[in-house]
Design a binder for this molecule. Sequence first.
Ligand code: TYD
Ligand code: MG
Length: 456
Amino acid sequence: MAKGAGTIYVCQSCGKQSPKSLGRCPACGAWNTFVEERARAVPKGAAARGGLHAREAKPVAFADIESQDDVRVSSGITEFDRVLGGGIVPGSLVLIGGDPGIGKSTLLLEVADKLSAGGARVLYVSGEESERQIKMRGERLGVVAENLYLLPETNLESIFAEMEREEPGAVIVDSIQTVFSSQIESAPGSVSQVREVAGRFLTFAKSRGVPVFLIGHVTKEGSIAGPKALEHIVDTVLYFEGDRHHNHRIVRATKNRFGAANELGVFEMTGAGLKPVANPSEIFLQERPENAAGSVVTACMEGTRPVLVEVQALVASSKYNYPLRTAQGFNANRIALLLAVLEKRLELPLLNNDVFVNVAGGLDIDEPAADLGVVAALVSSYKNRPLDGKTAVFGEVGLTGEVRGAMQAQVRAREAQTLGFKRLILPASNAEGLQRLLGLRVVGVRSVEEALRELF
Ligand code: TYD
Ligand code: MG
């Protein structure tokens, strides 16, 4: 059947367009993601340029451009300021993603409360919940804001009309998937809609210098619907990491034009909302078992902050032809590599065992400096020998079994000292430059073998 002119198919994962539906997206490789959408009539004039450049642009002397860093506004929530890189940048567009029920609306309602208590007029656009529901949540959170306005609306044009009238100092959109522009025919939540909506809010944010927060749902695959399409439009992407089964919540900046990416904010979900956690290491180590084989503390850097986490491993003889490899919070390929190193360089016959690795507390660690922690946990479980509870480790492990230096060794060491650790095993190259820390014995090692000799 011939389709009318103007019908296109759009990959809902990456936004690739095609004149016909495809089973597999040639751009991002996703299956069955093409959805029929109406091609958009290209708008004429200034609006066609879209985005930042809706206004006629002229060159500006570099020296004349005002520096922005001193104009950050505190959100009133320390951990939220931290993930944003030190506060809210006026005119920034921030995307906040996470699983349903993880606390996105809760966090942003608290931010709205604090901002409006600071004098800003805050507009909270909600396409998900009624004013009543938000009010109820607000009462649990102790929201008292006078300048907070709720707008239960999903039509983009109506929202903009309201924003023209209210002239808010900050805007929160909960959620971007529910908002639709009537100028586009495809369904709310589709890539074209989401991209258009984000683009319009970007223009608004930049031209008025008003921060806009977009809440986004995460798909089953773990990405915000239309992720690639959205992530490069916005300035900052924050994700709720981990799951709802812990009572703490981790928010990570995966992209930030105004601060360090990978920065972490840690909150505790209480009966009265999300409370910032000043020292996350304490939370992550809280339930650490004593004298248990397979448990090791490793010193990680998350953004600019050191965090001590417990890595757990379980090595058990396998009943399968293909031994199981399960990892949570750590890259599974990296574990396969570390197992191969242990097998080949240390002649530990691990490859035929089922191996489970878990980072306690729901944190994802993706830095190589955690390698030594994983290795120590694996060997501890394999040998069924607990490690000293006052010892922490870090270091990258290379293919020849060498232990390589990591950045920010001093910062990690200081965190270990603060938390009362007595011994830190780290790369020899890092140990050399380290200042002495009272009460913490620092042991530099060159290879996995040396590290294990020191540990066991
Ligand atoms: P919510 O912010 O609605 O999640 P999202 O917007 O990401 O879907 O959070 C809902 C969960 O948080 C719900 O399971 C209840 C819990 N919660 C608390 O534990 N304490 C509170 O004070 C609030 C407001 C919510
Ligand atoms: Mg919500």
